[in-house]
Design a protein around this ligand. Structure first.
Ligand code: GLN
Length: 341
């Protein structure tokens, strides 16, 4: 009886594996149950983890409840799989950076980003001033503060108001819903933005900032203060996975042809001076923010986003990065392929 049962189970298992194998080679797709299972598992595994601390150089970020934790996958078809606190609204911070770079690409093409900002990873902290002195590109890449402030200054606009409206509309379009600024976060960050002001002024001095420096600083800081939840980040990532077409609204947010360049920058600089480690572990283009958000993109398939405010030394969310790393490994979706058996 036992033998028969396990034989039968074996048959069912081989049939399932065969079906899944065929499906996997045909479409490389995961089933809804598999997506939900990896999300639930990663959430349950890291929920108790206490390592790391909220960012405190922006005073109000210490008030974000550090125990909250959400994990969510959104596919390029707009299917959502989530666990935990995926509706809690927090500030987008640096997760906004690739999306404003996308706006610059949309307006001026990918070469403008290379020529006027740069695309090299710095190997240094996101707010490094030394990187500005070491590299001829100065702003270096659009995912560190200098390059992100330069990207805001590059947005083609006739006034500060228009610049802000374009930035805000673009990020809302990626999220597929109208977002708003968390004004208390903005006040807290702008009144303490001495480092970023120094960066903006230095860039201007080097001819690598393309608007009034204080205007760029204000718009950049507002951009970082936009409120999002983990689901929004996953939809933004899914829009990149869907080659610039938002899967929820069907609106084209950026040209499909520019998406690979944007993902390349996210792969090499999305985790700042930890980007090498991140690609070694997860193999996915991604972006983190000191508000606790992360979004990672599986090109042309789906996005994984997380929220947890406790960060490591590099300013990356610890529970989030581990959850995404595990999911990428389990599904074998790193861009360099799964580890062969
Ligand atoms: N607004 C933050 C800053 O400029 C963004 C940094 C981050 O999320 N890494 O410092």
């Amino acid at each position: 009886m036992i033998r028969f049962k396990s034989f039968k189970r074996g048959l069912v298992l081989s049939a399932t594996l065969l079906c899944f194998g065929l499906l996997a080679t045909a479409t490389q797709a995961q089933t809804p149950a598999e997506f939900q299972a990896v999300v639930d598992k990663a959430h349950a595994k890291y929920l108790p983890l206490q390592e790391g601390a909220n960012a405190d150089y922006i005073p109000i970020l210490t008030e974000t409840p550090s125990d909250l934790f959400g994990v969510v996958i959104v596919t390029r078809e707009g299917k959502v799989y989530s666990a935990g606190d995926v509706d809690y609204v927090f500030s987008i911070q640096s997760v906004s950076k690739p999306f404003t770079a996308a706006l610059v690409m949309t307006q001026q093409g990918t070469e403008a980003v290379r020529d006027k900002i740069g695309v090299e990873p710095t190997g240094m902290a996101f707010n490094s001033k030394m990187a500005l002195e070491l590299y001829d590109a100065r702003s270096v890449n659009p995912l560190v503060n200098a390059g992100a402030i330069a990207a805001v200054s590059l947005v083609q606009a006739k006034s500060e108001e228009e610049r802000w409206n374009l930035v805000m509309q673009n990020i809302s379009d990626f999220a597929g819903r109208p977002l708003t600024v968390l004004e208390k976060v903005y006040d807290s960050e702008y009144t303490t933005a001495f480092g970023n002001r120094a960066i903006a002024n230095n860039l201007y001095n080097y001819g690598r900032l393309y608007s009034d420096p204080e205007e760029a600083l204000r718009v950049y800081t507002r951009q970082c203060s936009i409120g999002v939840n983990a689901k929004d980040l996953a939809v933004m990532g899914a829009t990149l996975a869907n080659l610039g077409l938002n899967p929820l609204t069907n609106k084209r947010v950026m040209p499909a042809k520019d998406v690979p360049e944007l993902l390349a920058i996210m792969a090499t600089a999305g985790f700042y001076d930890e980007s090498g480690d991140w690609m070694y572990d997860a193999g996915l283009p991604a972006k983190t923010g000191v508000g606790g958000g992360i979004v990672a993109v599986v090109p042309q398939r789906f996005a994984i986003a997380t929220f947890s405010a406790r960060l490591n030394e590099a300013g990356n969310s610890i529970r989030g990065l581990r959850a995404i790393r595990d999911i990428a490994g389990e599904l074998g979706v790193g861009v360099y392929g799964p580890n062969p058996e």
